[in-house]
Design a protein around this ligand. Structure first.
Ligand SMILES: C[S@@+](CC[C@H](N)C(=O)[O-])C[C@H]1O[C@@H](n2cnc3c(N)ncnc32)[C@H](O)[C@@H]1O
Length: 274
């Protein structure tokens, strides 16, 4: 992994339509115009994700007059800003709502959006659980939304009947803790997670398997791939869903039996049940 990209070579890291001016505004570039190792990693992740999102964006821009994109757990808003510059600015329509729970990040991002004239980018200070959103969403994203915040994002997508959803989960720990209670699982299933290390790994894997199955049960066609090379991020699983039908009873049955066999109740499942 390269440590730094010198200013003269930064252009090679940019996508078509992506400006060094924006990267400067996002403080991804140093004062000298270089990309340091952390910024390079972040840029690689965001650029990969926006590239993968391109067909989904084109789809919603083509089909809807004013598509609503929601970025959950937006942090400093890197994804939203880059997304806006690449897609929404050019399209002259559509808006992005970037939801973030930390007020200081929201304030800074709002000021940045004003400076850039990104008038259809709204920075929403809210917990995802309490966010007031339009009833119908078109594309929902969550890049490294911590632990169950990814469940909140998926819930918002399913509830908002989003046409497309893309999440890159982060440090999913809830299910591992539930496995420890071993409420339902019997051997040999329980042998998959009797050691703490296995419980953490299996819990993390099971969480994302259940998330993918839940999307399928709600009528999404789902693909699970890696976002970038492992050298750019260890939190690298990308779950992408495209709404293709109302529901999928076969996936629902599979989901219910996996929940029963493992005895877990992830937040996404609780939110949808409630
Ligand atoms: C690891 S950061 C990722 C930020 C950004 N998506 C990125 O990739 O640069 C996760 C962000 O989600 C926010 N977050 C976590 N849980 C949240 C919740 N329930 N509601 C709103 N924001 C939340 C955190 O404050 C943090 O800024």
């Amino acid at each position: 992994m390269r440590r730094q990209v010198k200013s003269g070579a930064v252009k090679r890291e940019l996508l078509q339509g992506e400006s060094t001016k924006l990267l400067q505004e996002l403080h991804l570039l140093t004062r000298e115009g270089n990309l340091n190792a952390d910024s390079l990693r972040k840029l690689k992740q965001v650029n990969h994700l926006v590239q993968l999102l391109q067909p989904a964006v084109e789809d919603v821009l083509e089909r809807f007059g004013d598509p609503v994109v929601v970025d959950c757990g937006a942090g400093k808003g890197y994804l939203g800003f880059i997304f806006y510059e690449l897609f929404l600015a050019k399209a002259e329509k559509g808006r992005i709502l970037a939801i973030e729970g930390r007020e200081e990040l929201v304030r800074a991002a709002r000021e940045r959006a004003d400076r850039l004239g990104f008038s259809r980018m709204e920075l929403v200070h809210s917990r995802l659980e309490e966010a007031m959103l339009p009833p119908r969403l078109h594309l929902v994203t969550a890049l490294h939304a911590c632990d169950t915040a990814t469940d909140d994002a998926l819930f918002l997508a399913i509830r908002g009947n989003a046409d497309h959803v893309a999440v890159v989960p982060c440090c999913q720990a809830e299910v591992a803790a539930q496995l420890k209670e071993r409420k339902a699982a019997e051997p040999p299933i329980s042998s998959l997670f009797s050691h703490p290390w296995h419980r953490r790994e299996f819990g993390s894997h099971l969480t994302n398997v259940l998330r993918a199955l839940t999307l399928e049960a709600h009528g999404y066609s789902v693909t699970v791939t890696e976002l970038t090379g492992w050298e750019h991020s260890l939190k690298n699983e990308l779950i992408v869903g495209r709404k293709v039908r109302g529901s999928n009873p076969a996936a629902r049955k599979e989901l219910d039996s996996l929940l029963a066999a493992t005895g877990v109740q992830p937040k996404l499942h609780r939110l949808l049940a409630g």
